[in-house]
Write a protein that binds this ligand. Sequence first.
Ligand code: GN1
Ligand code: MG
Length: 366
Amino acid sequence: MEAKYLRDAGMAFAFAADPVFYKRCNSGHINDTYFVSCGEGFPRYVLNRVNTSIFSSPEELMANLKGVCSHVAAKVKAAGGNPDREVRKIIPTKDGGDYFIDPDGGYWRAFLEVDNVVAHDYADSPELFYKSAVAFGRFFKQLADYPAETLYTTIPDFHNTVKRMNDFKAAVEADVCGRVTEMKEEIDFALSKAHLCSFILDGLEEGKFKLCVTHNDTKLNNVLMDACTGEGVCIIDLDTVMPGSVLYDFGDAIRFGASSALEDETDLDKVYLDLYMFETFVKGFVGELGDSLNNDEILAFPMGAYLMTLEVAIRFLGDYLSGDVYYHILYPEQNRDRARNQLKLLRDMDDKMEQMNEIVRKYINK
Ligand code: GN1
Ligand code: MG
């Protein structure tokens, strides 16, 4: 169903012409996104209604985005690239604001759509996945000198896996929907990994891993790739850009893109970690980042992938137990199915940890 006020929002922005057609994008789990067409010969746009129950301070969110986008745009320009294409371009409202606020208090914002690009939900070739690794690596490098202290925390403790585990335990205790019995096996398995949750936080605290500006949601479909050449063009979904560890970005990219199946696959026999894809991503990422990574970070890549998978698994499972209050779902048991999918991937990573370790050892800086 089309969101209420979509058309009012469409008319509020300084587009090149009035919108004539809206198409819903179904891939985000949090915000509502629409592609906007303004007719032949005009650029296309993206309209996005921010989920303010999750991003509670939309003004701060937009301040982060403006800062990050203009920083990356300057880098793109300096490298002779095209900033209208290689970084998210924010479109102001007709009166120069960041947002259109609808009568129900909904916050809408708009971006220029990048032409001739594709976002993939699934890495159907190693080349494609390699190119995404290069694109995420480049973005990470572009933000290496961003003044991190100016970034607002859009979601506190976003990748604090210890806190995520505690929240999960609380959801199990509360059992508000009476779903704990059904999910006992999955819950016990997830809880048996609780002792691992502080690995990245400990490394950051000890100074083994660097605190950097990270994207924090490096799903393959957050890289727009050129439809002709397949090269990564533009990194999108910048709402969670915050200080963190490179292990978050590496790990989440593996969780999503080196899985043999989609996050929503319900046939668990199809879900496993593809080691060839894992190595492909390591190669692209390390190749792009070089010595901005230290060896402790490279050696911890397998744990980064493991913990990001565990984290998302307990978030999906916790949301199922709590009555599906966080993620968008298309059918009632979707969060349960997503959690089972991620836990299957995690079990497979348990079996493949030594092989992952062996792979990353080949890529450390000598
Ligand atoms: C959410 O909205 P989307 O699909 O880009 C979530 C990520 C999860 C991801 C799991 C703000 O991302 O953290 O990894 O779902 N984003 C937020 O697919 O919670
Ligand atoms: Mg996201």
